[in-house]
Design a protein around this ligand. Sequence first.
Ligand code: HEM
Length: 220
Amino acid sequence: MANIFASSIGKKLVMSLSGLFLMVFLVVHAGVNALLLVGREAYNEACHFMDTNPLIRVMVPVLALGFLIHIMYAVYLTWGNMKARGAERYAVSNKGQASSWAARNMFILGIIVLGVLALHLSHFWAKMQLPSFMGEHGHEDPYGLVAGLFRQTIYSVLYIVWIGALWFHLTHGFWSAFQTIGMNNNKWMIRLRWAGFIYATAVALTFIAVPVYFLLGMGE
Ligand code: HEM
């Protein structure tokens, strides 16, 4: 039993469950971001709720754990795959057949997501939610903080590239996660590929709408 998480299917299961959890988080995050397009008051109120609600306070460490598990197992699984393939690594190429470009580059895509995630946490989370968790006042005007950063072209472009990497990660990740938990017959595969495409595109477009909005000089 203890070994289940070290077996090949166990590792995939951990990736799948942590990935599904992170995908739910992304929907909540995108929903809050969309309020930036509504206005300063709506967004600042939502941030105040996210800073003070007891359930959110419990969920933030759970989310951090979810990320940690997903990343640790990503390294564990990718390392294991590389070792197993050894010198044969490049001998077989299944380009464009069984696996998509995204499927073959999940680790690199994940690393890009992780890199900009660290920057994003230091620019936003550390100034917005963290102070209130430490018993201090949250940011006075989260809307102003976000608008100020996204009005800088370099920051917005980097953010859009980041979301692009996340989009690729999710187009493969979505259906792969459901496949891992057993929805793997032919009928489901086609439906899941479509659902994954729609999910990833809707999430990515909602995230990208914010920098585009501020870059175009809109907003308060
Ligand atoms: C919000 C962020 C993220 C979400 C929503 C997410 C979601 C997912 C999902 C749903 C899967 C499919 C799991 C399966 O095949 O059963 C997956 C796979 C994967 N993720 Fe992520 N992920 C995120 C961030 C990351 C990060 C930061 C890394 C860091 C390296 C990463 C590395 C991987 C790798 C390597 C796989 C493929 C595992 C395999 O070979 O099956 N992901 N991800």
